[in-house]
Design a protein around this ligand. Structure first.
Ligand code: DAK
Length: 266
């Protein structure tokens, strides 16, 4: 990473926070890297979620990105040089699960790419609204690794085994239309309407009784999340194990060097 890019990560806000009555709007703001989810961005996201949880005036949270990208995944340049020991000893990026633990309702408003960790982040939200331009996917296999933040688990729960297998094993992109058909997203809107419609839904939810909203969310999560706990941890450990593979090193290096990866199957 260049010194200039590093400086930006040290100093700039990578998330814009806006308040619209009882709705907190979080806009991922790292356009030069298609909102790739670096450590700093996840820290800022988690801090904003803590703030929302502790503020009784906030009744719902919306997370969005730019027109081109909700988020193009975890930051590959940040992960590229890590070794198996680096990631397994420190239980690499377990902090991502903060979003899935949020007690207040969270809606993702997705335009453009929601790939890898970006798709996983969206699936941690309670509702996903998408623009017609949205493209979902778990392309980790193309860079020699696998989903590590719930991609194999939440996607399977949402769309079923054979669709999840096909999406994760091919790394192909899923259009918003298909995503709606298979139950990955709640609703699809024209680009120009996406945020407006998302904010209307968020405001509606935020103005219902906060404790009742929390209880409904807790009841639904009881079914969905309780089944997931072991699988999420298992997946994260397998993801970390891919850092022992030459193919993972090659896949991520090839992305950074903008060339096709050549896998040696070891
Ligand atoms: N990381 C870092 N930089 C990225 C990036 C990423 N994921 N995606 C895009 N960028 C950067 C590009 O390098 C480029 O930077 P410059 O060359 O301009 O400096 C800039 O964003 C614009 O990207 P492109 O030039 O590639 O734009 P295109 O329109 O041509 O292509 C694309 C857009 C989204 C198809 C392409 O950028 C792409 O394929 N991106 C990578 C998608 C991907 O493979 N995502 C999965 C990453 S792995 C875990 C938590 C999370 C994860 C794992 C574990 N735990 C909790 C344990 C997640 C892992 C992943 O997400």
């Amino acid at each position: 990473m260049s010194a200039m890019k590093e400086e930006k990560l040290m100093t700039e806000e990578l998330i814009d926070v806006e308040f619209h009555d009882r709705v907190m709007l979080l806009r991922l703001n790292r356009p030069e890297a298609l909102n790739a989810l670096c450590k700093k961005l996840i820290q800022q996201l988690n801090a904003a979620l803590d703030q929302a949880e502790n503020d009784a005036r906030i009744g719902a949270i919306v997370i969005t990105g730019s027109e081109k990208a909700f988020a193009a995944g975890a930051d590959i340049t940040e992960m590229c040089h890590l070794t198996f020991t680096d990631v397994s000893d420190k239980d690499f990026i377990h902090t991502w699960e903060r979003l899935s633990q949020c007690q207040k309702p969270v809606i993702a408003a997705v335009s453009g790419y929601a790939l890898g960790g970006g798709c996983e982040l969206a699936m941690m939200c309670d509702i996903i609204y998408a623009a017609e331009s949205a493209k979902f996917g778990q392309p980790e296999i193309t860079i020699g690794t696998m989903p590590g933040a719930g991609g194999t688990q939440r996607l399977t729960q949402l769309v079923g085994k054979t669709k999840a297998m096909e999406i994760c094993l091919t790394g192909r992109l899923v259009s918003s239309k298909e995503a709606e058909q298979i139950g990955l997203v709640s609703r699809v809107f024209p680009e120009a309407d996406l945020l407006k419609e998302t904010m209307v839904t968020a405001a509606k939810i935020a103005n219902f009784s906060g404790p009742v909203v929390r209880m409904i969310k807790e009841a639904i999560r009881h079914t969905t999340e309780s089944e997931l706990v072991g699988g999420i941890r298992f997946e994260r450990r397998l993801f970390q194990s891919t850092f022992a593979l030459e193919d993972r090193q090659e896949g991520m290096t090839a992305f950074v060097e903008k060339r096709p990866a050549v896998f040696k199957h070891r």
